[in-house]
Write a protein that binds this ligand. Structure first.
Ligand SMILES: Cc1cc2nc3c(=O)[nH]c(=O)nc-3n(C[C@H](O)[C@H](O)[C@H](O)COP(=O)(O)OP(=O)(O)OC[C@H]3O[C@@H](n4cnc5c(N)ncnc54)[C@H](O)[C@@H]3O)c2cc1C
Length: 393
């Protein structure tokens, strides 16, 4: 059973067709493997390959470089649909888009074509920003890239952690300090394209995660890794502009992240409506209890609002109006908090069965929690929102 109002009624026929395609794929290919992969902490590589055949790992890449050429609103619709079935699988697909963004925003035409050509071969990509001592504080990054004039190469050293697709990617975008004498740490970083098969690149610790277990999260280690000069994203003119680029990328991806969180919340609502109509206490379905109805009404209200705000932020982004960072942060933060709240309420509606692995609800809460943490924690989103407010007036 699914709620006919769970996606936007006002979307185009083309968007509806795409949503229907992804829904069918998610229901028929992803759903059957979710329980086992979540339990065993394994990746459904064959299903990922099928998703890549559909282009779901390069949704926002322009068509001229081989992507699906979708706008961000359509991407939100599709990623919500995937996340309804499994948020980890949605993250594994959308993290490729996250890795493409620095190249699409700041890369040269040649770099865009090259990066896209790798993804076209149904390969994973990963966005490597976070380090063990530099999560929220990106400017504390220690990974270094030093230019070797003799060989015209950059030499990269450092460790990145919590990297989605880290263990499966063939290509990385790596942020590293290049300007050791920069006037500010915000002007010290640059971004690089780094191939997985280069000497010195290795995958470190794999995270044994609470949720989104159908996505790979690992350390990625760079030891004297040499990349040619033309792997500096955006070329020489972009040196020292990596911090700004990383922030632009996160602004761009946050509405989609919020939409994935809405997918989890919607799934909770759908499951709860069905359960409330069948579970009986004191001779009546629990759906007859006003306490349950009020919970469902609150879950529905806040999820509808979260979804619409993610769509609004994505539409502003697609329209080219800038800056939209406050909108992106509101979308991600509200939708992430909502998913955790709704999943918690869903467990309450299911009672003891919600706490048991026999039903999907406990997994939905485990999956929801990450949406308050990655792509900037929800505390950092509030820092961005308040900063925009205070500076903007
Ligand atoms: C499953 C998963 C996937 C991820 N995927 C990627 C990826 O693909 N690429 C990538 O680069 N990174 C990725 N990350 C990293 C993620 O973005 C970071 O974990 C996140 O930004 C927080 O950094 P941290 O874990 O170091 O927490 P910390 O920065 O140490 O924060 C700890 C706590 O302090 C709070 N805090 C810190 N600074 C402030 C402040 N100024 N004001 C208010 N509160 C503050 C935080 O909100 C948090 O509650 C992923 C993480 C996870 C868990």
């Amino acid at each position: 059973m699914s709620n006919p109002f769970s996606q936007d009624l006002l979307i185009s026929e083309e968007q509806k067709e795409l949503v229907a395609l992804v829904k069918e794929f998610a229901e028929t290919k992803v759903k059957p493997v979710v329980e086992q992969c979540d339990r065993d902490d394994t990746l459904p590589m064959e299903v990922y390959e099928q998703a890549m055949e559909m282009g779901l790992h390069m949704t926002v890449l322009p068509e001229e470089v081989g992507g699906m050429g979708l706008d961000h609103l359509t991407n939100c619709l599709l990623m919500e649909e995937l996340a309804k079935v499994d948020a980890g699988f949605a993250v594994g697909c959308s993290a490729n888009g996250l890795a493409c963004e620095p190249i699409m925003i700041g890369g040269t035409k040649e770099q865009q074509k090259y990066f896209a050509s790798v993804l076209q071969q149904k390969k994973f990509a990963a966005f490597c920003l976070t380090e063990p001592d530099a999560g929220s504080d990106v400017s504390a990054a220690k990974t270094k890239a030093v230019f070797d004039e003799k060989t015209n190469e950059w030499v990269i050293n450092g460790t990145k952690c919590f990297i989605t697709n880290g263990g499966v990617a063939s290509i990385y975008v790596v942020f590293a300090v290049t300007e050791k004498d920069a006037s500010s740490p915000y002007k010290a970083m640059s971004a690089f394209i780094v191939e997985r098969d280069l000497p010195g690149v290795s995958v470190g610790k794999k995270e044994d995660k609470m949720g989104i277990r159908l996505s790979s999260t690992t350390e990625v280690i760079f030891e004297d890794v040499r990349v040619p000069a033309d792997h500096l994203v955006g070329g020489e003119a972009a040196r020292g502009k990596g911090f700004k680029l990383a922030m632009q990328v996160l602004d761009s991806s946050r509405p989609t992240v919020g939409s994935m969180a809405c997918g989890i919340a919607q799934r909770c609502i759908d499951e709860c409506v069905e359960y409330a109509n069948t579970r009986k206490t004191f001779g009546k379905p629990i759906a007859a209890l006003q306490s349950m109805q009020f919970k469902l009404a609150d879950m529905e209200m806040t999820t509808q609002v979260a979804r619409q705000y993610c769509h609004y932020a994505a539409q502003v982004q697609d329209s080219g109006i800038k800056p939209y960072s406050k909108l992106s942060s509101i979308a991600k933060c509200f939708a992430g908090d909502n998913a955790v709240r709704v999943a918690t309420e869903a467990i309450q509606i299911f009672g003891g069965y919600g706490y048991s692995k026999e039903y999907p609800i406990e997994k939905l809460l485990r999956d929801a929690k990450i949406y308050q943490i990655f792509e900037g924690t929800n505390e950092i989103q509030r820092v961005v929102i308040a900063g925009n407010l205070l500076r903007g007036y």
